[in-house]
Ligand binder design. Sequence first.
Ligand SMILES: Cc1cc2nc3c(=O)[nH]c(=O)nc-3n(C[C@H](O)[C@H](O)[C@H](O)COP(=O)(O)O)c2cc1C
Length: 222
Amino acid sequence: MSGLKVKKMEELPNLRKDYTKDFIDENLLAENPLTEFEKWFKKALESNQAEPNAMSLATVSPEGQPSVRIVLLKGLQPEGFVFFSNYLSRKGKELENNPLASLNFFWPALEQQIRIEGKVTKIPHEESNVYFQSRDRGSRLGAWASPQSQKIQNREFLLERIQAIKKQFENQEIFPKPEFWGGYLLIPHTIEFWQGRESRLHDRILYEKAGENVWTKSRLAP
Ligand SMILES: Cc1cc2nc3c(=O)[nH]c(=O)nc-3n(C[C@H](O)[C@H](O)[C@H](O)COP(=O)(O)O)c2cc1C
């Protein structure tokens, strides 16, 4: 039975899909994985993949408890991957304590996955400000109003906060970025490209940083 027809929980073991869309030709891979990432990402943008810039971000608590959530890729720099968040959120505090983190993109429309591991730093305040000011007014007000990841009593708390912030900035089209909000840059030391293949014999190519601008490539078993 085709896994795609599964509609009931009891049939969950049958929910599977065969991957046949593409393959990785090792001879065509770029020397630098960020160049390769850009090639894959451009294809994802051109495909009908929803939210291709949505990526899972994994961080670790001081106790060693991993946690993961989706954030949006907002820029690709020669050094790495840029995303934005609240510096006082759970992820923000975890990154402060331990800057090692992992990203994962899954593009079902292309049967592709990309896993990235590296070290996160905050981007310069001015760069965060430029991005903050490019956001629509609602998102800018939201960044001020939400104490991201904190426990709140109810939704009214949030609505009252947003009203207060709206009032504070009511006559200002441009208002400052909160100090507690901004961008991060994940500088990778490994990037794995995964292409689904027939009968689970997927292609996996791992890039590992071996020095300044030097990367090794290895094939991994699926
Ligand atoms: C598609 C999607 C995109 C998201 N993008 C972001 C983002 O760019 N930055 C962000 O802080 N949270 C984003 N979120 C919300 C996060 O997943 C998460 O709920 C929030 O950042 C709090 O995470 P934390 O408590 O682990 O710090 C997004 C959620 C989804 C589903």
